[in-house]
Each structure stands twice: as structure tokens, then as C-alpha cells.
Design a protein around this ligand. Structure first.
Ligand SMILES: Cc1ncc(COP(=O)(O)O)c(C=O)c1O
Length: 418
């Protein structure tokens, strides 16, 4: 496969292209094909941006109609028919059934835009400047999001000091012996801590890029209580763990907590179109008109695809398929952890967001490479890139799930020399 055109012209910053060395051209569900017609099962799925699979017909059809029929494509943040359709549908299919009442802000189109807006709003509402953020967190590549990200590789980026952030340990970081709730509470309660009260605590319920660490329900409830006790806003970054990835639409539902601000992006549009929103508790919607702006705030095409994706959440076949797939992936992970203990040392994550912690980075890389040669795309995550990250489409077909898991199983077996 000739990849010289890419290597000669594209910046060295390109990450996934050189890793796979294939040129992809077509996709359907959990399958993608390269230009030579080789099929791969996609358990990377745009790093969680295609939760409903590639080219879902119920999402694509209204999007194609919308593009073809002379509708408005660009309108800044004017009122449009497409925006109304999204607001009504997202409310009817996602928010209302969960008893959730939030105002919706449309920031720039990517996840990091949503987090920047969330942080800015929290600072504005409280009049405080600092934010508590967690070890191993990842919130995006713009400066504010970088400043609250925890991993060493991202924290060095930007080349400027990161002010107004207090780094605190995530649930069970670095191990069970540290009680992060007690520690955070002490920072806020003890006059001698020297730490100012923050505007917000920002967290991911599962730290996808950070190594697939999942917070427990109790820990999430504990953080909510700390926020309530100290009058601090809770921002949940559900950009990767949301949109159904863990089983519920929002990843924090099983903990039964109500964040003050929620950010969503990635799979929100359901079709890979860049789109993000900030859900704001109505009592803190302190924005003045135009105060937080940007050219691409709410793409009309994404309003249409996103509304179609939201409707899947009342489709019984879709919900049954997601439940079934969760069970299968979790059972597979339990099985490989027990059979291949010597190289797979831990199961992480939740729902259809599974991490297999490998003995070391080298083993993880070898399994990753063998899987690709066998026709399965996965990636590694974590500060040491020693965790295999499995995020198949949540509605993946039985056939594709079986092929994918078989390839992964063979790749793990191949590198278990015990
Ligand atoms: C939890 C989380 N937040 C924010 C982001 C940043 O989103 P984007 O890359 O669209 O800016 C990511 C991206 O991987 C993410 O996983």
C-alpha cells in the first residue's frame, strides 16, 4: 500500500495513520475496509466518536435528505428549523425521560470547546479562579482543557504554565490505600491546607485516555457531596464515556448524581460530524448574549444527525442489542483476565468501555499489532500505554463482535508464553 503521499505531505503530528499504515476507504457498522478491500473490525471507532457504528442508516438518511433539500447549513447561532428539531428531540428522548432539566449551550464543535466553555462558566458563576482536576485526567488539547488534564505527555504541551488548577487524586489513585475523598475534603476544610476554594471540580467517570480507570458509584456520590458541602460546581466531562458508552446515555446515571454542568461531544452527532454541547443547570446559566462566542456553534447538519441518534434511545431493538453487547464484552474480558493472568493483569472500565491492563507496554503493543494483522483495530491507553482499550460500537452486530473477540483472543494467546 502506497502511503508516501501522506508521509511526504502530512505533518509528523499524525498519530494513527503511521500506526496502521493502511489507507481506509469504506465503512459499515463495526467494519471498515482499506483501499485493497481488506476488512477490519473497528473496536477503536474514532476513539468513541462512532458509538452507533459507521454509517448508521437511521442517522444517515435524514442527514442526506437535509443536505440535498436546500436547507440552511451555516447560521452562526441563529434560530433554525434544524436547531429546533435538535432541542425538542434531545429533550424528549434523552433529558425528560431521565428527569433532567438543563439549558443547552452550543460552543465550538469539538470536545475541548465544550470543556473550555464549562470551565469559563464555572469561574464566572462562582467568581473563583481555581479548579480541582484529577490525576490521569484528559480533557482536550486547548489551553484550559490541557491545564486540567493530568497525564505527563499532555501536561507538557502548550509550553506555558498552567495556572489555577489544583491536581487531586482520582478514585484509588495511585492505589487503594489513598482515600481521595478524605484528602480532597481535608484540602477544603482544613484552614491550614493553603488551598483556595475552587470554582469547580471537573471529572471523567471513566478516564479513557488516562488508562480506563472507572470511578466507583460511592466515589462519584462522595464528590457530589463535597461539591454540595463546599458550594463548588461539579462538571462531568462525558465526552467519551457518555452517549451510551457505559450502558446508560450518561455515564453518571448509575451513581444517581446530578452534575451542575455536563459536556458532550464525540458520539453526540452519531455520524462523525463535529458537534458538542454544554448542559447547564438552569440556575447557573449566567451567560450574557454573545459572551462566549465562536463561528461554528452548532452545525445544522449535526443538529439533524444528532436528533436522529437521540431517537435510537427509545428503539427497543437498539437497546436490546446494546445490553447484549455489554454482557458479551464484559464476559470476554473476565475470561481473558482469568485465563491469561500472566499477561493481562486487570480488567478496567465499565459497560462497553473496557480496558485490559497488560503486564507492560511491550506486551500491550505486541497484542495491538497482532490484532491489526488479524483484522481488528484497537488502541492502547494510559500514561504507560499498557492498557488495551476496547470500545466497539454499542450496537455492534453479533457477527462482528464474534470476529473481533476471536481475533483479540488469538492475539492475546499468541503472546502468552507462560
Ligand atoms: C474525556 C474527554 N474529554 C475531552 C476530549 C477532547 O475532545 P476533542 O478531541 O473533541 O477536543 C476527549 C478526547 O479524547 C476526551 O476523551
Amino acid at each position: 500500500m502506497d502511503i508516501r503521499e501522506f508521509q511526504n505531505r502530512e505533518s509528523n503530528v499524525c498519530r494513527y495513520g503511521p500506526v496502521y499504515g493502511a489507507v481506509f476507504s469504506r465503512a459499515d457498522g463495526a467494519s471498515i475496509w482499506d483501499e485493497n478491500g481488506t476488512r477490519y473490525i473497528d473496536f477503536l471507532i474514532g476513539s468513541g466518536a462512532m458509538n452507533y457504528g459507521h454509517n448508521h442508516p437511521k442517522i444517515l438518511a435524514p442527514s442526506i435528505d437535509y443536505l440535498r433539500d436546500g436547507n440552511i447549513q451555516m447560521s452562526l447561532d441563529m434560530y433554525t428549523t434544524a436547531k429546533r428539531s435538535f432541542l425538542q428531540t434531545f429533550n424528549e428522548y434523552i433529558l425528560e425521560p431521565r428527569g433532567m432539566d438543563y439549558k443547552i449551550q452550543f460552543p465550538g464543535p469539538t470536545g475541548t470547546n465544550a470543556n473550555e466553555a464549562a470551565l469559563a462558566l464555572a469561574r464566572k458563576v462562582t467568581g473563583r479562579s481555581s479548579v480541582f482536576a484529577f490525576s490521569n485526567a484528559f480533557h482536550g488539547m486547548s489551553l484550559g482543557s490541557l491545564s486540567v488534564s493530568g497525564s505527563a505527555s499532555t501536561s507538557k504541551l502548550g509550553g506555558v504554565a498552567r495556572h489555577d488548577v489544583v491536581r487531586v487524586p482520582y478514585d484509588s489513585f495511585p492505589n487503594e490505600s489513598v482515600n481521595s475523598l478524605e484528602y480532597i475534603n481535608a484540602l477544603l476544610s482544613n484552614e491550614g491546607s493553603g488551598v483556595e476554594k475552587p470554582a469547580a471540580i471537573i471529572l471523567e467517570t471513566i478516564q479513557a485516555e488516562g488508562g480506563m480507570f472507572a470511578a466507583s458509584k460511592d466515589w462519584l456520590r462522595g464528590i457530589r457531596k463535597i461539591c454540595d458541602d463546599h458550594n463548588i460546581l461539579l462538571i462531568v466531562d462525558d465526552i467519551q464515556a457518555g452517549c451510551g458508552r457505559t450502558g446508560d446515555y450518561f455515564s453518571f446515571e448509575e451513581a444517581d448524581i446530578k452534575p451542575d454542568i455536563i459536556t458532550l461531544s464525540k458520539s453526540l452527532s452519531g455520524a462523525g460530524f463535529p458537534f458538542s454541547i454544554v448542559l447547564i443547570s438552569p440556575d447557573i446559566d449566567f451567560w450574557k448574549p454573545g459572551e462566549h462566542s465562536g463561528t461554528f456553534r452548532g452545525s445544522n447538519l449535526a443538529f439533524i444527525s444528532s436528533a436522529a441518534a437521540a431517537k435510537l434511545w427509545k428503539d427497543s431493538d437498539f437497546l436490546a442489542s446494546a445490553r447484549n453487547n455489554r454482557r458479551k464484552l464484559q464476559a470476554f474480558a473476565d475470561e481473558v483476565c482469568s485465563v491469561h493472568k500472566s499477561i493481562i493483569t486487570d480488567k478496567r472500565g465499565r459497560g462497553l468501555m473496557v480496558g485490559l491492563k497488560c503486564k507492560d507496554r511491550d506486551i500491550a503493543q505486541k497484542i495491538h499489532n497482532s490484532a491489526f494483522s488479524g483484522g481488528l483495530i484497537i488502541e492502547t491507553s494510559g500514561a504507560d500505554r499498557d492498557v488495551l482499550k476496547l470500545v466497539p460500537p454499542i450496537n455492534i452486530s453479533d457477527e462482528e463482535m464474534e470476529i473481533g473477540l476471536n481475533i483479540l483472543n488469538s492475539s492475546i494467546e499468541e503472546h502468552n508464553y507462560a
